[in-house]
Design a binder for this molecule. Structure first.
Ligand SMILES: Nc1nc2c(c(=O)[nH]1)N[C@H]1C(S)=C(S)[C@@H](COP(=O)(O)OP(=O)(O)OC[C@H]3O[C@@H](n4cnc5c(=O)[nH]c(N)nc54)[C@H](O)[C@@H]3O)O[C@H]1N2
Ligand SMILES: Nc1nc2c(c(=O)[nH]1)N[C@H]1C(S)=C(S)[C@@H](COP(=O)(O)OP(=O)(O)OC[C@H]3O[C@@H](n4cnc5c(=O)[nH]c(N)nc54)[C@H](O)[C@@H]3O)O[C@H]1N2
Ligand SMILES: [Mo]
Length: 767
């Protein structure tokens, strides 16, 4: 390929669409409860097929044990005291199976398959090929990746980075699986190099939660522990599908119900895991008996949550439910919020939310039971909308008016995604760290770190698209498939002089590349990591702020894989070199040395190396949990926002993009979505049966989807239409197949998170 055509690969021309599917999916009845024997069977099947009985069983027995490795799947915490021998779930097992696979992608594989051939394959096929085993390079104009030595790879990277006009022409992306040690070194390298361009997957994930909670309660993280969930009178699960994405959370919901608590589900779709749970580690669950979970299921319209929460606030004010003492001592701004609620009109509330006044009153009855110990759990169903920050602040408003924060059984629970996404932020992976952090690293390392804020994910895409010649480095992740506007992002990556990925598995971001591309294969979390002073462990922070160790035990897939910290240290050594204060390569000899630096820079870890060796780890301090408010005013703050929500033009629908049961973000483990009754298909769109009828769309027929945005239309063709129990006007399709439809410019106010759950579309039968 001449470097001129390099700008237009098949991907950007076709808008980045994934291969179409030849046959329709199998469609069955959606399930009404999650887990049980089928989940156990499914996890065994995945792990035995990919890792084999010996490696597979060893991996499962080490998973989430106090001396084992942290599950690479979600960020749900492990119980503090008793852990079952099998403290994992079906989807954790799939994640481990995908990493512990004995299949390998070697230089022979890349000799056999050109980049163009590989692009024709599906994401599922890519994952099936196995683990990356040695560093590879794709040289300018070449059609195939070829092997490169580690030294040459680092020299190439260092050379490209140092040739940039400005350090701000480099972009260092992070995905949330990176350990604290890797993430800390990575941001330190970026800041020594001279940039704050540290976009991460959090920008597309819980950024709205962090933004809203920092404003409201001065802490961007959850304020509850597992015990709080178990003791709660009421748990509201809003915009979240734990049966698939946080299966171990179902055990906590079950405990809450067994203790007399009630679960409220707020979701446009009836999700099996919110309705019932058959505990796979209990006899009753194995026998197929499930515990009913939610006592009320509110099928809100997509993006109707702000209206619903406003209605609940209105009802609670009318009933005089305010915790006056808490509000007077700890908060400010309730009057404006009260006025908003009082002025809100029930007709408007019910029209916008799709939920009746009676149902909202019933919800108020539930919330006011007992000691009003309320926990609200949420995830992407709230964070990925234009008004996401306003909606999450409304959640905070309810907790503040009830004093339901910083006391046992009550608090805020943004349920994190990646297993260490929260820790990566804590240790400095953020494009706009506060001044105290920069002051601390400047003093410790005798540098002048850049203070200008860096790019977040969307700003990074726009910058790469606009200005050719940048260097893009990724610590994990699959940037092309995870980001919005796939065709646009493809062009952005293709504009780079170098794209470089530290990865465990092959993915599409390796195939839509800069002029030159590098793949640097790393150890997975389940694998043994040996350095100069002996075996090492790393640390992670879960969704509840517990920092704990993770020690891999499996034999590495290949002797040519390096650990993430090692790769980053070598990158740094090849680019900025050893400094008077920092010998990158020495640090790697013993990860305790990295943790000593983390402890010096970031408050709350001391004594890191000691307390992380306590079985189960330690809690980081959390001011909001102690009712200390680090906000602008020193008090917890109510918000006062207008009741705005996305209003599609007539004949259009609001499309949300979500995860199937067989995927981990962009990694596709299988082609089924068992709980929703879907087999062997991913190019599908769930629609309300009435919306199908009025458009002349018959069940399981092919439709074309067009999204509408101020800059024009985007299209995704040939999706199978599936009738589903969901509100009129709402639609759902899988991520990443539908990402071509998400305009790069459509982001949440304040947090700049892509609106992956609010896309205005029209749908018509395929011609
Ligand atoms: N197995 C597995 N586990 C995972 C992941 C995975 O892909 N696979 N991903 C990890 C990551 S990074 C994350 S962030 C989490 C994601 O965890 P979730 O947020 O649970 O993931 P989504 O599939 O995006 O599901 C969003 C849910 O929100 C609902 N929803 C959509 N729009 C709205 C709305 O407007 N209002 C309300 N109330 N609900 C809405 C959807 O119907 C769906 O049930 O899971 C983590 N864990
Ligand atoms: N439309 C739409 N888009 C979305 C979302 C949505 O709901 N809808 N959700 C968003 C969310 S919440 C998130 S978090 C992002 C996720 O965005 P990313 O974090 O970028 O994507 P992942 O799919 O989690 O990354 C998978 C890749 O990580 C690599 N990997 C796996 N394990 C390791 C490891 O241990 N080390 C290293 N170095 N690499 C590893 C593998 O090569 C694998 O292919 O996507 C976002 N995009
Ligand atoms: Mo996420």
């Amino acid at each position: 390929m001449a470097s001129d055509d390099h700008q237009t690969s098949p991907v950007s021309e076709s808008g980045g669409e994934l291969p179409h599917e030849d046959s329709p999916p199998k469609v069955g009845k959606p399930k009404t409860s999650a887990a049980g024997v089928a989940a156990v069977a499914s996890s065994m099947n995945h792990i035995m097929r990919t890792a084999g009985p010996v490696r597979g069983t060893k991996a499962l027995l080490e998973l989430n044990q106090k001396d084992g490795f942290d599950c690479p799947s979600c960020a749900w915490p492990d119980p503090d005291d008793h852990r079952a021998q099998t403290e994992f779930c079906e989807n954790g097992a799939k994640a481990v199976a995908s990493e512990a696979t004995t299949r390998q992608v070697t230089r022979d594989f890349f000799r056999k398959h050109s980049v163009a051939d590989l692009l024709e394959q599906s994401d599922y096929w890519h994952d099936q090929q196995g683990r990356l085993t040695e560093p590879m390079v794709l040289r300018e104009g070449k059609s195939h990746y070829e092997a490169i030595t580690w030294d040459d790879a680092f020299e190439l990277l260092g050379h490209e980075l140092n040739a940039l006009k400005s350090p701000d022409d480099a972009i260092f992306y992070t995905s949330g699986r990176a350990s604290n040690e890797a993430a800390f070194l990575y941001q330190l390298f970026a800041r020594h190099f001279g940039t704050n361009n540290l976009p991460d997957c959090s920008n597309m994930c819980h950024e709205s939660s962090g933004t809203a909670m920092s404003q409201a309660v001065g802490v961007g993280k959850g304020t509850v522990t597992l015990d709080d969930l178990h003791e709660a009178d009421t748990i509201i699960c809003i915009g979240q599908n734990p049966g698939t994405n946080h299966p171990r959370m179902l055990a906590s919901l079950e405990t809450c119900v067994e203790n007399g608590g009630q679960i409220i589900a707020i979701n446009p779709l009836k999700e099996a895991g919110l309705m019932g749970f058959a505990h796979p580690q209990k006899l009753s669950g194995m026998l197929g008996r499930s515990t009913s979970l939610s006592s009320q299921y509110l099928q809100v319209k997509v993006n109707g949550d702000l209206a619903l929460l406003r209605g609940l606030g209105k009802e609670l004010f009318e009933r005089g439910a305010v915790d006056e003492e808490f509000v007077a001592t700890h908060t400010q701004g309730i009057d404006a919020y009260r006025a908003r609620c009082e002025a809100a009109d029930w007709q408007d509330i019910t029209a916008k939310s799709g939920i009746s006044k009676e149902a909202i009153q019933q919800l108020a009855d539930t919330v006011l039971r007992g000691e009003r110990k309320l926990v609200t759990c949420w995830a992407m169903g709230l964070t990925q909308h234009r008004n996401a920050v306003a909606t999450i602040r409304e959640v905070c408003n309810l907790h503040l008016m009830l004093g339901a924060i910083g006391r046992p059984g009550a608090g805020l629970c943004p349920v994190r995604g990646h297993s260490n996404v929260q820790g990566d932020r804590t240790v400095g992976v953020f494009e706009k760290m506060p001044d105290w952090f920069h002051d601390a690293i400047d003093q410790e390392f005798n540098i002048t770190s850049p203070r200008k804020h860096g790019y977040d994910t969307v700003q990074a895409i726009l910058a790469m698209h606009r200005e050719p010649g940048k260097v893009f480095v990724a610590l994990g992740g699959n940037f092309l498939q995870a980001t919005p506007d796939t065709g646009f992002t493809a062009k952005a990556l293709q504009n780079c002089s170098l794209t470089c990925h530290i990865s465990t598995k092959l993915n599409r971001s390796h195939l839509v590349h800069g002029k030159t591309a590098l793949i640097l294969p790393c150890l997975g979390r389940s694998e043994h990591d040996e350095q100069n002073t002996g075996p090492q462990f790393v640390t992670c922070e879960n969704s509840m702020g517990i920092v704990h160790m993770s020690r891999g035990k499996l034999t590495p897939t290949s002797p040519d894989c390096l650990s993430e910290p090692d790769i980053i240290a070598r990158m740094a050594a090849a680019t900025v070199g050893k400094t008077e204060k920092l010998d990158w390569r020495w640090l790697i000899g013993d990860y305790d040395r990295i943790r000593n630096l983390i402890e010096k820079i970031i408050p709350g870890f001391t004594p890191f190396n000691k307390q992380v060796r306590n079985p189960g780890g330690f809690y980081l301090p959390n001011n909001a949990k102690e009712r200390i408010w680090k906000t602008a005013s020193g008090k917890a703050e109510f918000s006062d926002t207008e009741l705005e929500q996305i209003q599609p033009a007539e004949d259009r629908l609001i499309l949300q993009t979500l995860r199937s049961h067989d995927q981990y973000n962009t990694t596709i483990y299988g082609m089924n979505d068992r709980y929703r009754g879907i087999g062997m298909g991913r190019r599908i769109i769930f629609l309300n049966p009435d919306d199908m009828k009025s458009r002349g769309i018959s069940p399981v027929s092919l439709v074309d989807i067009t999204s509408h945005w101020e800059d024009g239309e985007r299209k995704a063709e040939e999706f199978y239409a599936i009738p589903y129990d969901m509100p009129v006007g709402s639609a759902a399709a899988y991520f990443p197949e539908a990402n071509v439809l998400i305009p790069v410019g459509s982001t949440a106010l304040e947090s700049n998170t892509p609106t992956s759950k609010s896309i205005e579309v029209s749908v018509q039968p395929s011609s």
